[in-house]
Design a protein around this ligand. Structure first.
Ligand SMILES: Nc1ncnc2c1ncn2[C@@H]1O[C@H](COP(=O)(O)OP(=O)(O)OP(=O)(O)O)[C@@H](O)[C@H]1O
Length: 392
């Protein structure tokens, strides 16, 4: 069965000089994650034009208001959780609704347990350029402002010692839809091959440690993997590699990511001889070229970025549609007293082959794995149509 994807939203605070109108709000903040897999269907969207009094009855999500002053509701976009600065919360909450730590604790931490049980987990940050994807995944570089990646690594090492398992990492970027290893010196940079294989599994029959493979049905034979024995080793490898990532200045972000970055942490478990995998993705931002002022090189990058993000959106939609179809079929079988295990509803073909990004993520998204999509949103009025496109 396909994995379903848990989807959360994060609305960042305004940047200096950014014009905002309070027209986007966050409601209800979080839904429980006691059972990650069961809890993949967010509250249904509310019909248009409900009065402001209905706001408190909605599930977690983003509200885009037609008129911020009167709070008349234009649309509610449901999410499993939503994070934003306090002033944009429709209903005040006890605690912190804005920080990366809050998002990590509520939505990412349960996934660390899954990795330690041998599962494949993918966390990815998606959104328009300058919406805070790199900030969310990587932090802003200062020790007190860590991103999800640093928090995950520290949590893993709090729980692991040599007897539980060992940790390794790989790190690649997809630039113009082509994969490159970020953990080799730039002088050795060369295109990585993505091969389809049914034999690159995560377990092996001999007595040595199980092989580290990026996926189960896809394989990158020349991708380097590196042992990591402490958070310090990780940070030093990661900092060097992050400097090799393709970035460039646009009018919207002076340090804009021009590639999708895929960090993979492998936890080889001593007892079960399986490998838990955590893919952490900082995607390049979708771009509105009327706002970015892109030159021809940036335009070429932008077109590759937008194409692969469209493909990713189509894959996520197809997976979630299929998960809903499956869930409905299982419920119907139960009601009819039939064997649920034999249910095989007609599901959509998932278009993994549409881009290298979706191909690379095919087992991570489509196998018996878990995924968390963090939709990053910019509050500025100039991003409003991009925001509606991202959440819609
Ligand atoms: N939650 C936040 N709190 C404070 N500052 C933030 C937050 N999110 C983003 N920022 C700031 O906003 C700016 C843009 O963020 P960032 O570079 O992470 O965007 P991005 O989505 O990765 O952009 P791109 O797709 O162009 O690479 C940075 O200066 C960052 O420090």
């Amino acid at each position: 069965m396909s994995a379903a994807v848990r989807i959360v939203a994060r609305l960042r605070p305004p940047l200096p000089g950014e014009v905002c109108d309070d027209g986007v709000r966050v409601i209800s903040h979080c839904s429980p994650v006691s059972d990650y897999k069961e809890n993949t269907d967010p509250a249904p969207p509310l019909a248009n034009n409900n009065k402001a009094t209905a706001i408190t009855n909605l599930g977690p999500g983003i509200l885009v208001l037609k008129d911020a002053a009167s709070s008349s509701l234009t649309q509610h976009y449901p999410f499993h959780s939503a994070y934003c600065p306090e002033k944009w919360l429709s209903t005040p909450i006890d605690g912190d609704s804005a920080s990366t730590r809050s998002l990590f604790t509520h939505d990412v931490l349960p996934l660390v347990d899954q990795v330690l049980s041998g599962a494949t987990v993918t966390v990815f940050a998606y959104g328009v350029t300058s919406s805070g994807k790199t900030y969310t995944m990587q932090g802003n570089g200062s020790p007190g402002d860590q991103g999800i990646i640093g928090m995950v690594v520290e949590e893993l090492f709090r729980r692991i010692d040599g007897t539980v398992g060992t940790v390794s990492m790989s790190y690649l970027e997809l630039y113009l839809d082509t994969p490159y290893d970020l953990l080799v010196p730039p002088t050795q940079r060369r295109r990585l091959q993505i091969l389809s294989t049914s034999s690159a599994g995560t377990t092996s029959s001999h007595n040595g440690p199980p092989p580290l493979s990026f996926g189960t049905s896809i394989h990158l034979p020349n991708l380097s993997t590196h042992p990591v024995d402490s958070p310090d080793t990780f940070h030093s490898l990661y900092a060097d590699a992050a400097r090799h990532r393709s970035t460039g200045a646009t009018l919207l972000n002076s340090n804009s990511s021009r590639s999708h970055a895929v960090l993979t942490i492998y936890v080889t478990l001593a007892n079960s001889r399986s490998v838990g995998k955590l893919h952490l993705l900082d995607l390049a931002g979708s771009e509105n070229n009327n706002l970015t002022g892109n030159n021809p090189e940036r335009m070429k990058e932008s077109s590759a970025i937008n194409k692969s993000l469209t493909a990713l959106g189509q894959v996520v939609n197809a997976l979630n549609d299929n998960a809903r179809t499956m869930s409905r079929a299982v419920k119907a079988a139960k009601l009819a007293g039939e064997d649920e295990a034999s249910v095989e509803p007609k599901v959509k073909l998932v278009p993994y082959r549409a881009s290298s990004l979706t191909r690379l993520l095919s087992d991570a998204l489509g196998g018996p794995s878990l995924a968390l999509l963090i939709v990053c949103l910019a509050p500025g009025t100039k991003f409003r149509s991009d925001l509606v496109r991202s959440v819609g």
